[in-house]
Structure formats: structure tokens, C-alpha cells
Design a protein around this ligand. Structure first.
Ligand code: TRH
Length: 369
């Protein structure tokens, strides 16, 4: 008999109220991560308030809202209610000064955490869990998500992998009217504006492909391009977060971007190519290389990922890819080294505590519970 799975940690008494502060800089990752986090904490019994300056994307990410999560507008004016027992600022967004001042006056100040960006770079293990002394005698703790045991882990809802395992992708696609034709592979494309897009379309068309394209730069660019034999393009509407996950589960190959969709592609277990948020100083190159190395991506997969990000390996490190250079071919997908690497990577990440579990344990340890 299989022993019952241990119950995941729940909110501790005295640490049951959590505030998350979120500033939407651009795109959807800031809010996407905060929403999943809020839902994850509420699933463990916490009462969560999500303060966000622009909640508009929740209309499609989470149109039904979520039990246990209250969304509150973050306008500059305030006034603000008393802070909860745990305060998370997402991506160093600095909660209002009056909230921080009020936190410092409490006999037992809240546990204050800065949830950082996801990266596989070495500094993450070094920095995860470090304190940062603040004015008023407060301490802010750095909490770094990551892929290894010495980081804060990844968002992974209880039962996610079992739901993915039981999922029937063909039926789901058919229900939505996005079924592939016989012999077509299904690929999703969620990306930033990318000069390599025409070259990618050419590579994809080498095999009959149904390309499912969420709203955004790719959808806009594709609307202006002449259709290509071998490639059928389907523009998608914005999906809810759970349906976005299912989209990735249903595809044989996923192009993802930013932070949250990368993690969801990882849990999907199918081959994926990640486009990072591009930075002028090429900081994203080191981040991509660290990630490819950590997941032990096969060389041809790494080359494709670098090229999709406009990068090439130079003599003294990664460099900008010369314009017009061909994109490498798309490696084999099914039963391939790429597929095996993705499954091994997923198993490795699933063996770590998920991020919500780690947050609960971390907050309890810093509150002295
Ligand atoms: O939108 P993004 O590019 O967000 C980025 C990253 O977070 C990046 O690190 C950050 O610097 C920048 O924002 C400011 O990609 P990401 O992170 O994948 O977020 C997209 C969110 O949108 C994710 O939660 C999934 C969700 N989504 C849906 O719910 N439905 C959809 O149809 C689509 C396409 C996405």
C-alpha cells in the first residue's frame, strides 16, 4: 500500500495573515507570480491581501477571483490598514513608507520578506535568506526562488503534477476548437518582440505544425506575415492561469518568456525554449547560460535557446548574435535527449520543497514560532 503523502505545512497561528505588495512594471509576470503565490498561501489556510497598483490583468488571469485572497488597490494616497503578520514585497517594490513606519512601531513587527526574481545564477544560493537591516530596527529578509535545495524553490500547487499526468491534451485542444490536423505537432509561442521570429517560423514549418499564439508581440507580428506551407497559426485569446498551464501541457514544444511561464513550462515536462526579458547590458545572457547549464540542456538545445535570445557564444563569453544569422534547426522533440533532459529537470525540481512550503517555514523561523 502506498503511504499517504505527508500533509503540506499550513499557516501557523500568529502567522496566518499575509500581505503581498505588487507593482506591475510591465508585462504580466509581476502580477502572475503574486497571484499564484496568494492562491498558494490561501490554499494552506492563510488570509491574504494582495495590494497591487494595476490589477487589470486579473480580469483574464483569474476572472473568478480566489477564495481567501483579497485584492486591494495600491494607490499612492493610502491610508493603509495595519500590516499583516507577514509582509511580502514582490521584486523589491518597496511598500509605502507609512506602512513600513507603522510596522516598526509594533511590539512584534511583521516578518518582512523581499521575494526576488528567479535565476539559476550562483548568487541566488549565496543570497537566499540573508537579512537586510532597515530603518526603525526592522529586518527585511531576501527570499530567492530557485531550482536547488539551497534556494526558496518554485511555485508548485499541491497536486499539480498529478493533474498534469491525468490531463488529456488532445481532448482539451479539441474542446476549444484548436485540435491539430493529422500529423501536425502542436507548439505554443509566448514571447517578446523578437527579430528571430521569421527564422523561427521557417524552422517550424519544416514539419507540419500548428502554432498556438497568445496575445502579444508574436500575435501582432504574425498578423502581418504571409502564411507559410507547413505552418498553421492559431491566435489565442488571453487564458486564465489554469488554462494557460493546460495549454503548455497540451503542446509538444513551448516557447515561453519571463519568469512565471518558464516555471509552468518546466512543470509541463515537454521541451521548451525560454526567452528572457532582454537587458541592454546583456545581463540576461549570464542568466540564460546559468539556467541551461543547471538543467543540463543538450548542446543543440542550448544553441537554439541562445539564438532565440539573440545571443551567440563569443571567445570571451556570450555576445550579441550577428543580425541575419540563421536560427539553428529545432532538435527532435519526442523521446529525444531534449525530452529526457526536461523530464529529469522536472524530477529534480519536484524533489525540492515548493516555494509556498518554504515561505511558511522561513516566516515561522524568523518570527520565532
Ligand atoms: O509577462 P512576462 O514577460 O513577465 C515578465 C517577467 O516576469 C520578467 O521576469 C519581469 O521582469 C517582467 O515581467 C516585468 O512573462 P511571465 O513571467 O511568464 O508572466 C506571464 C503571466 O501571464 C504568467 O503568470 C502566465 C500568465 N498568462 C495567463 O494567465 N494567460 C495567458 O493567456 C498568458 C499568455 C499568460
Amino acid at each position: 500500500m502506498v503511504p499517504p503523502a505527508p500533509l503540506p505545512p499550513a499557516c501557523q497561528p500568529g502567522l496566518a495573515r499575509w500581505d503581498i505588495w505588487c507593482r506591475v512594471i510591465d508585462n504580466h509576470g509581476d502580477l502572475g507570480v503574486c497571484w499564484r503565490l496568494a492562491r498558494g498561501l490561501s490554499a494552506r489556510g492563510c488570509a491574504v491581501r494582495l495590494f497591487v497598483d494595476d490589477p487589470s490583468a486579473l480580469a483574464w488571469m483569474a476572472p473568478q477571483g480566489g477564495a481567501g485572497v483579497q485584492v486591494l488597490p495600491w494607490t499612492e494616497a493610502g491610508p493603509w490598514p495595519e500590516a499583516a503578520e507577514v509582509v511580502i514585497e514582490a521584486f523589491g517594490c518597496d511598500p509605502p513608507a507609512s506602512v513600513v513606519a507603522q510596522m516598526s512601531q509594533r511590539p512584534r513587527p511583521p516578518v518582512w520578506l523581499n521575494l526576488e526574481y528567479l535565476s539559476a545564477e550562483a548568487y541566488v544560493e549565496r543570497s537566499h535568506g540573508l537579512p537586510s537591516p532597515q530603518q526603525g530596527g526592522l529586518t527585511k529578509w531576501f527570499f530567492y526562488p530557485g531550482f536547488t535545495a539551497r534556494t526558496g524553490g518554485l511555485l508548485r500547487e499541491d497536486g499539480l503534477l498529478a493533474a498534469r499526468q491525468a490531463f488529456d491534451g488532445a481532448a482539451w485542444l479539441a474542446q476549444r476548437g484548436w485540435a491539430p490536423r493529422a500529423g501536425e505537432r502542436v507548439v505554443s509561442l509566448f514571447c517578446y518582440a523578437n527579430p528571430a521570429l521569421p527564422a523561427l517560423l521557417q524552422r517550424l514549418a519544416a514539419q507540419p505544425t500548428l502554432l498556438l499564439v497568445p496575445p502579444g508581440p508574436a500575435q501582432q507580428a504574425l498578423a502581418g506575415l504571409t502564411p507559410r506551407a507547413g505552418l498553421r497559426v492559431q491566435a489565442l485569446p488571453w487564458l486564465t492561469q489554469p488554462d494557460f498551464d493546460r495549454l503548455l501541457w497540451a503542446c509538444a514544444l513551448n516557447f515561453v518568456r519571463g519568469e512565471d511561464s518558464l516555471v509552468r513550462a518546466l512543470w509541463a515536462g515537454a521541451p521548451f525554449v525560454w526567452q528572457l526579458y532582454p537587458q541592454h547590458d546583456l545581463a540576461h545572457a549570464a542568466k540564460l547560460q546559468a539556467f541551461l547549464q543547471q538543467m543540463q540542456a543538450p548542446a543543440d538545445v542550448a544553441e537554439l535557446a541562445m539564438a532565440w535570445n539573440g545571443l551567440a557564444a563569443g571567445a570571451s563569453g556570450p555576445a550579441k548574435r550577428p543580425p541575419g544569422q540563421a536560427l539553428p534547426p529545432i532538435p527532435a522533440l519526442a523521446a529525444s535527449p531534449w525530452q529526457q533532459a526536461c523530464l529529469a529537470w522536472r524530477a529534480h525540481c519536484a524533489a525540492q520543497h515548493d516555494l509556498v512550503t518554504q515561505l511558511l517555514l522561513f516566516a515561522a523561523s524568523r518570527a520565532g514560532c
